[in-house]
Design a protein. Sequence first.
Lengths: 487, 485
Amino acid sequence: MGFSLSDQHQLLSKIANNDGHGENSSYFDGWKAYDSNPFHPIQNPNGVIQMGLAENQLCFDLIQEWIKRNPKASICTAEGVGEFKDIAIFQDYHGLPDFRNAVANFMGRVRGGRVTFDPDRIVMSGGATGAHELISFCLADPGDAFLVPTPYYPGFDRDLRWRTGVQLLPVICESSNDFKITKAALEAAYEKAQEANIKVKGLLITNPSNPLGTTLDRETLKSLVSFINEKSIHLICDEIYAATVFSQPKFISISEIILEEDMECNPNLIHIVYSLSKDMGFPGFRVGIVYSYNDEVVKIARKMSSFGLVSTQTQHLIASMLLDDDFVESFIGESAKRLETRHKVFTWGLSQVGIGCLKSNAGLFVWMDLRRLLKESTVEAEMELWRAIIKDVKLNVSPGSSFHCLEPGWFRVCFANMDDETMEVALRRIRAFVFQGKEVEAPVKNKRWRNNLRLSFSLKFDEGVMTPRMMSPHSPIPHSPLVRART
Amino acid sequence: MGFTSSNQHLLSKIATSLGHGEESPYFDGWKAYDKDPFNPTQNPNGVIQMGLAENPLCFDLIQEWIKKNPKASICTAEGVDEFKDIAIFQDYHGLPEFRNAVAKFMGRARGGRVTFDPDRIVMSGGATGANELIAFCLADPGDAFLVPSPYYPAFDRDLKWRTGVQLVPVPCHSSNDFKITKAALETAYEKAQEANIKVKGLIITNPSNPLGTILDRETLRTLVSFINEKNIHLICDEIYAATVFTDSNFVSIAEILSEDIACNRDLIHIVYSLSKDMGLPGFRVGIVYSYNDEVVNSGRKMSSYGLVSTQTQHLIASMLLDEEFTERFIIESAKRLATRHGVFTRGLAKVNIDCLNSNAGLFCWMDLHRLLKESTVEAELALWRLIIHEVKLNVSPGSSFHCSEPGWFRVCFANMDEETMEVALQRIHTFVHQKETVVPTKNKKLWRSNLRTLSFSSRRLGLDEVALMSPHSPIPHSPLLHART
C-alpha cells in the first residue's frame, strides 16, 4: 500500500501542514550551521560560536552552591525524599502554594520591592512559549490580531499564532529615535487593521525588549496604557528579561505604572507573561507564568494551564530556592553585575573595530549595527552579510529581518551564553574579519574610512580608541569582504 | 472612572465557553471531597476520595530506588555537577536518554513483546497535553473523532476545547460487557456523515477508563480494519498499560501492527504517560508516539508548548533505564493492584454489589442500576448525591463518562491505604445494611425474591445476606428504600 506525499498532507490537519511553526525563519538557519559545526575550545576550536541563543549562563556557580547547601529543596536527596510521594502525586493546577508564593516573591524582588504580586494570580504554563499561547487563547478569537512593536522575538509568530489562528500586526519602530514605540506608530497600525477589517484585541510588548535590550521609559509606558484603555484592548507585557537589567535607567514594570495615581487604567486589560528561563537561566525547567489583573482571565487561564503545568518536582525546587530571600537578593545583584561586565567587554570589543550597538541596559544580547557594511539597504544584502558572518567569521548571530526589523543591517548578538574565553575568541574573530583589508587600497581608504566611522559612531564610543596603529596598512590579514562593502 | 466588572466581551469565545468541562458532575464530587476530606485521625467522618484514579501503591519501591541512585538527581551532591547542562537544555527532542528510557519502559510494560523507537517519542504536558496535541495534528476545527462510550470525561476538554474538534460517541452496552462492535462503529460513522461532519479518527483507551477492561485481539483487529477502510486515524490511549493485573496479556496496538495485518501505519498513534503506570501525575510526563513521520515531525514542534522539565527528564531517564528496577516495579505494581482489586470487589460482592469483570486500571465499574428509582440520568444523579452525602464516598457517576445506561459508577481503589479502603467498605456495608433492615416483613420476602431472581448476576451471594435483612436494625429509614418500593 503506497501513499503519496499529498495523501500524507490529507491525513494531517491544516495547522500541522502549514508553516506556522515558524522554523523556516532565518532565525533558525544559523542554529543549523552551529549544530553541524559547534565550537569547542579544545575539540573544535574552529567551529561556529553560538551567539544566537539568548541564554543566561553566568550565575550557575551561585545556584549550584545553593543547591548543595539546601538538600531539602530536592525530593531526591536523603533529606528530601520523604516528600517524594506527596509531590509526585500532586497535580492540582493551582500549583504548590509555596511555588506560587515563591514566584510572586521573586517577581516583587526583581522589581526592587516597588510592587508586590498576588500569589493567587500566578498561573503556570509550559514555559513562556506556553504562556504566550495560553494568553492568546484566552483573549482572542481566530482571525483577531495583536499589535506588536518591531523588531520582536521571532518565536512570537509561532507562540501567539500557530494553533490559535490569531494574527500579529507590526507596529513599526525605527532607529531614528532608538526604536521607541510612538503613539503615531500605534495609531497607524491600529487604523491599518481597522481598514483591513481585522479586530485588534490587544498590544503585546516585551519589556525589557528582545532584541533591543532596552527598557521602556515611564512616558512610553503611560502612553501605551492610555492607548489600550482608549481602544479598550488588552496590554500583554512580556517581562521575561526583568532581572537582566544591569544599568541605568532602572526597570519600570507595568505593575508599577498601573499603581500610579494619575494613571487611569482598567486592570482587566493588563496581563504579564513571565518565566525563569532568562532571569534564572533555567529554560530546561519550563517555568512559564501568566499573571493577570483580570479575575476571569486568571480563572480560565488556570483551567487551561492543565495543558502545560510545571513539573511538581521542579515547582518544589523553585519554591525553596525563591523563598530564600538572602539568596534571591544576592543572586539578582550578582547576576546584574556579571551581565553588565559581559556587556561592557563585548560592546567595547566591538567598538574597537568600529562596530556600534544600540545603547542598551538589559537583556542577554546587543543589537548590533552593521548597516554601513551592507552593499545596499535591502534584506537580501543583510542576508548576504549574515551568511558571510556565519561562514567566514564562524559566528551564529541573528539577522534583524528575522525579528521583522524594517531597517536592514541590524543583528542581535548574544553574549551571556558562553564563558569569558569563548567571548574573547569571538571578539578576535570579529577583529580579524574587520581588519582583513586590501593592502594596496588601505593607506588612502583608511583616512576616509576613519572619517566615515566617526560619522557612524554614536557619542558613546571613546574615539581615542581608534589609534592610527589599528589602521596600519601593514597588517598581514588579507582583504576582508567587510572592507569591500565600504567601497 | 469606574470600570464594570463585566468583561465577558474582553475574553475569547474559547475562554467564555464551557469547553473546560468543569461543570461536569465528575468534578462535583471532588468539590464535596475538598470541603470535607477524610482523614483517619483528624476527620474520620469526612468524604473518602474514590473519584481520583491515582496509583500510589508502589512509592516505597520508588523511594528506595531514589535513595540508592543519587546521581539521578541534579540536586544531590553526586549529581549537582550536571545541574547546569540539564537546566540549560531546552531542545524539544528531549534528552536522548529520556527518550531511550521511555521507549524501553513502554516495551517492558508490554512484556517485551514489542519495541519502541526512541525517535518517535514526542513530549507533551502530561496525557492532557498529549491528547490535545494529537488532536491539533490530525483534525481541523469542526472535524470529529469517534470515541467509544463510556469514556474519560476530560477527553471533552483535552480533545475539543481549544482545538474546536468534536467527539462523536460510539455507544457500548453492558449486554455484551461494553465491547466495541463493528455495528456501533459503522452507525456512529454514518451518523456523522449524515450530519456532514468529517470524521478524522477513532480514539480508544486501552486498558479502558472507566471499564478497567482490555481489548481482545479480535476487537483490536476489527478496529484496525475499520479505520483503514475509512482511511481515518486510530489514537490509542494506553496510559493504563502497566496496570493490567491478571494473567490475561495486554495486547497493545503496537503488537497488532507487528502481526500480519494490512494497515497503513501512518494512521496509528499512541498516547502515553507516567501518571498512572508509575503514579507520577505531578511530573507531567506525557508522550505522543506516532508511526506517522509527519506527525512526529509536526508534533515535535508543537511539543514546545508542553515540554517535560529537564530536571524530571533526567530523573526519569535514570530510573527507567534501570531494567532490573522497572522489571520488578511492573510486576510488584500489578500484584498490589490485583490484591487491592480483589479486596474491594469481594467487599462489594458481600453486599451484592456487582462490578464489571475487569483486569486492569485503578478502579471498578460498579453496577448500581437496580438501586435506581428509574432508569434515568436524574435517578442516577440522585443516587450519586446520596452516596456522596450519606455514604460519604466520592465516586463518579456513569453519566459523566457518557455512559448510555444509567446506574454505573466508577470507583477508584488504588489511591488510598488499606485502612481507608476498609473504612470505605464498612460504610458501604452499613449503608446497604441500613437500607435493607427497615423493609417490612411482607416486602422483605418480596424484595429478597426480587433480588434473587431479577437483580443478581450469577455471582455468588454473600454469606451475610440473612443478617443484612434483619428488621431489628436501629438505623432509620433510608431514602434508598424509597427507590426500591
